[in-house]
Design a protein around this ligand. Structure first.
Ligand code: ZN
Length: 227
């Protein structure tokens, strides 16, 4: 079972922020990380991120990567906005493509239910939209709006680790149930998290960072890829 997790936008995306300065990407990427951590404790799951903490990855790059991997499910995580200043628009909604692909529609309903149950926020329901990530993905795809950055109460929530974890847990529960994922947890001693410190087009830059890391006592090695 291959999951694509897409934290919407990037750290520098203009305009995507709450009136008090929280970047939408901060929320999206944090929920993505908590959700990934949970998914990777299960057997037979792979998770690929199509976002980056360094830059805003174009939507086409994201969906091309998902299609190339022949993933089973694409989860796009967002926080909503209505206008640019504070207002009363609030709640959670989940989107699927206007043709309402059956599996996506059912999964969206499940995710929406779990999110409302977990957070107690206003239920705006499952909706349809012709969004790129829903249209251009060749797999079951949903886009989740976990609350409004332009609603003061929700903006405060969106900035807490507790609310981010709650959203991740709710999405995770929905996925477990919907796909009947194996509960057998992999012993944590068998999981390897790789940390990447940088990627460079110049070999000497990579070598310089590797040396710095070594000097600070970290093991490091250089690998070469084409992307
Ligand atoms: Zn967004």
């Amino acid at each position: 079972m291959k999951f694509i997790i897409d934290a919407g936008h990037g750290p520098e995306t203009a305009g995507k922020q709450s009136p008090n300065g929280m970047r939408e990407y901060e929320f999206n990427s944090s929920v993505a990380a908590f959700l990934t951590e949970k998914l990777l404790t299960l057997n037979g799951i792979s998770v690929t991120h199509v976002h980056s903490d360094q830059r805003d990855i174009p939507l086409k790059t994201r969906t091309d990567q998902a299609n190339k991997l022949k993933a089973n499910c694409y989860i796009s995580i967002h926080a909503n906005a209505y206008g640019t200043g504070w207002n009363t628009a609030q709640g959670i909604e989940t989107y699927v493509y206007p043709s309402k692909p059956r599996e996506a529609w059912e999964l969206a309903k499940k995710i929406q239910d779990e999110l409302i149950k977990a957070t107690g926020r206003k239920n705006r329901g499952v909706k349809t939209a012709n969004f790129h990530v829903l249209r251009e993905t060749e797999m079951t795809a949903v886009l989740i709006e976990c609350g409004f950055m332009t609603n003061k109460e929700e903006a405060d929530l969106l900035q807490t680790t507790a609310y981010r974890k709650l959203c991740a847990q709710a999405i995770f529960s929905a996925l477990i149930e919907f796909y009947r994922l194996e509960w057998t947890e992999i012993p944590t001693t068998k999981i390897l998290y790789r940390v990447q410190a940088g990627a460079f087009t110049q070999y000497h830059s990579a070598e310089k960072l590797a040396k710095e890391l070594k000097a600070k006592g970290f093991d490091s090695y250089i690998t070469k890829t084409t992307e």
